[in-house]
Every structure is written in structure tokens, then in C-alpha cells.
Design a protein around this ligand. Sequence first.
Ligand code: SF4
Ligand code: SF4
Length: 472
Amino acid sequence: MAQGQENFRDSIGTINEEGKRAWVFPKKPSGKFYTYRKYVSYVLLIFLLAAPFVKINGNQFLMFNVLERRFNIFGFPFWPQDFHLFVISMIIGVIFIALFTVAFGRIFCGWMCPQTIFMEMVFRRIEYWIDGDRGAQIKLDRQPWNAEKIKKRTLKGLIFFIISFLIANVFLAYLIGSDKLMSYIIDGPFKHWSTLISLLIFTAVFYFVFAWFREQVCIIACPYGRMQGVLLDNKSIVVAYDHKRGEAEKGRKKWRKNEDREALGHGDCIDCFQCVNVCPTGIDIRNGTQLECVNCTACIDECDTIMEKVNLPKGLIRYASEDEITKKEKFKFSPRLKGYTAVLFILIGVLAGMLFLRNDLEANILRLPGQLYEHKEGDIISNVYTYKLMNKTTEAVPDVNFRLLSHEGIVKVVRTKNFVVPAQDLAEGTLFIEIDNAAVKSDKEKVKVGVYSGDKLIETTLCAFMAPRSYK
Ligand code: SF4
Ligand code: SF4
């Protein structure tokens, strides 16, 4: 850390001494990493906007229908009955991100997080287009309300609102499904008041986040950002200032032409503050790794440009670990990384196995509560049950019937014989199982029922069968 100044840790970069919001006016970034980030953001934006409208085998590619507890991940549907699989998938996702964080710091935040992508690559670029670069933005902010300021603020607010509204629509498609959203749009939004109100609330939230709250999401609200303290160590590769090189023996110093900085004992940092001016979270990376840093690489690009101008080697700010800077140690696959990787592979194996064993049609047959058994003519024992068949596929299952597999006996479905389980839907009803008393060995035993489509066995399930107590 530079020059023994620790007081930056007492507050966050975007709150001033009076405790008020210090608005950040970051300089427009440019350079190698920014160009790469733009390309990555184009791909991710297309992905984020298209994912709820793409279908695989009739299933929405990504869907998070919390209300109905239905989730699709990469076109793979998870029903309420598959909640354990969904939880395992989420844990895998968290460990995957943790693994990446231990190794590569907040690379996810800077390159892939939707908040950063929308903020820096959509809203911020519109702001540069309307308000101009850092200097012009500061000037506009300070100037009194005149025609120019009203025009720019109105235009920006309007465009931000339209984009927030579009994002809210896509967000809703993730939540309720794109088919439902499209049908509501075709029906006319005023026929679906509750959805329209939700949409306007989402729009307001997105507008608030991108027009005002901005970097505070990463600094204050994001739980992932708060986890950095426990995930990062001296071996993690982060966006780092090479303080050894930048400070040398006598610290940083302003640039003077024809001065031999090395001989004077000064480091390569010319204290130009460009890395601070370009930072969207308003911090000085020369103070070391800080919770506000989202690893956006803007300061790397900016410092490289300065180094080029003053004819010093690039990479004063670069992707590096603390150990690389202080001990010249290269990246190692540490025991912590090995541990995370092992857990990740085990969980992926468990999930793959469970997905492989999962049935497309899930059957549940339960005895009707409070009912014992009925002793019928011919020493036949009858039990009554409710059945639920969940079809998880996008195709209807026709000609469904039940057969008893473990005992000689019959299954009688009430009011219907063979029936259809509609696609992605539930069929439920009542059935009786009848078994000859002589074939029942105890007063309570398990019976196995087969669920057939025509003559094809598609699922089996067990249920309890009650019979008279036997003293044989
Ligand atoms: S941009 Fe580079 S040279 Fe300028 S202050 Fe930052 S670290 Fe120092
Ligand atoms: S310190 Fe650098 S990498 Fe971190 S947020 Fe600021 S500009 Fe981005």
C-alpha cells in the first residue's frame, strides 16, 4: 500500500466526509481491455436478452418462475418435485464462482455481471453520448438549470426509462415465461393489471438502479462483493497496482521531462490520477485491493496509455497477485483451489447422476387419509388412494393406465379408464387397489404399481396396502 496512508479504509469511495453521496464522474475508458470487454458485453447482452425467448425441446432456455416454483436451466426443466436438483445446480453455480474468485478475484464482476454490463456498456455509454466525457459531465452538473441542462437531462431520463422498461419486460419473461408475457402483450396489458403493475415496478427499480444507485449496488448491496474478504488471498489474481515498481524507495512523483527518476529513487507512478479519474467506483487502486473494486480493468488501460506516453513499461497496474508483486511468485494451483475443484467435480457428478435417473413422468399414489380397507365379496380387500401424475415433458402422455406389479390384483381408476396426462401438467384422481385376501401376507404391506402408456411401462411407484390383521 502506498505511502502509509490507511485512512481510505475508514470510508467508502462514494461517500464524502459529510456522509453524503459523492457522485462519480468516471472518465470514458479506452484501451485494449475495454475493447475486449465491449466484445464480451455484446455477446452477453444478446444472451441475456434472448435466453428467455429461445426454446430447447419446447422448454424455455432460462426461466426462473419463482411463484409456480418452475425453473428451466439451459432448456432443462426443474419442477417443484425436482427442487433438490435445482438447489444442487445453484450450489454448483456458487462454488464455480467461488473457485473463480479465489483464483481470479472479481473477474465475474468486471466482465460478466449483468449489473456491470448494463451499467458500463449500455447506460454509461448513452451518458457519454449525451453529456460528454468526465469534464463535460462535471461542468453540466455544476451549471444552473438552463435550456441545455434541461434538454440533456430530459433526453437522458427518457432513454434510460425506455431501456429500463425493455429490461423489465425481459426480466418478466424470465419470471413468468416468455409465452405468457407474449400472450399478455397480444391480449393488451390492461386486461392483466397485476402484471402491468409488476412491470412498472420493475421498470422503476431498474431506472433507479441505473440512473441513480449505480456503483452502490456493487459496493453496498451485492452479497458476492461482500464475500471478497473471505475468498481472496495473496495468491488471487486481481487488478493490482505494482506498488514495488510504482513507489520504489522514495514514492511516486509527478512527471518531469529529462529527469532520471530511477537515479532519484522515485517509482514509475507519475501521480497523474488518471487511474482514479477513470474508475467507475471512485477509488484509488494504488491504495491496494478494496471492496469497491469490481475489476473492470479501466485503470489498467488508462495507466498503460500514460506509461506509453512517458515511455515507461506498461503493466504498472495489471492482473497480478500480491505474491507476484512482492515475491515475484507465479500463479499456483493452491490447496484451497484444489479443495474447491474437488467439491465442484463431486457435485457435478451427483447432479449428472440424479438427472440421468430422473423420470419424465413422476407418479405419486397415496392412501386416502382416514380410510382403512373394505372387505368385499369373494374375500377381496380394497383400499382407496389418490394419485398424482406429473408430466415434465412438452409432449402429452396418452393412454395412461395402472397395473399392479407386486401382487395378483387389479387397479380401478374412478370415473375413467385410460386417460391422457397433458404436456407439462398434472393429472390427479382417485383409484382403488383390490387384492385377494389370501395373497396379502400382513395387515400392512407395500405394493408396487406400474404406470403404463398403452402397454409401455413408464414409471413405477410404491404405496401401502392395509388388510385385516391375520393370526394365521
Ligand atoms: S495512471 Fe498510472 S501513473 Fe497515473 S496515477 Fe495511476 S498508477 Fe500512477
Ligand atoms: S480500481 Fe480499476 S479495476 Fe477496480 S473498479 Fe476502479 S477502474 Fe475498475
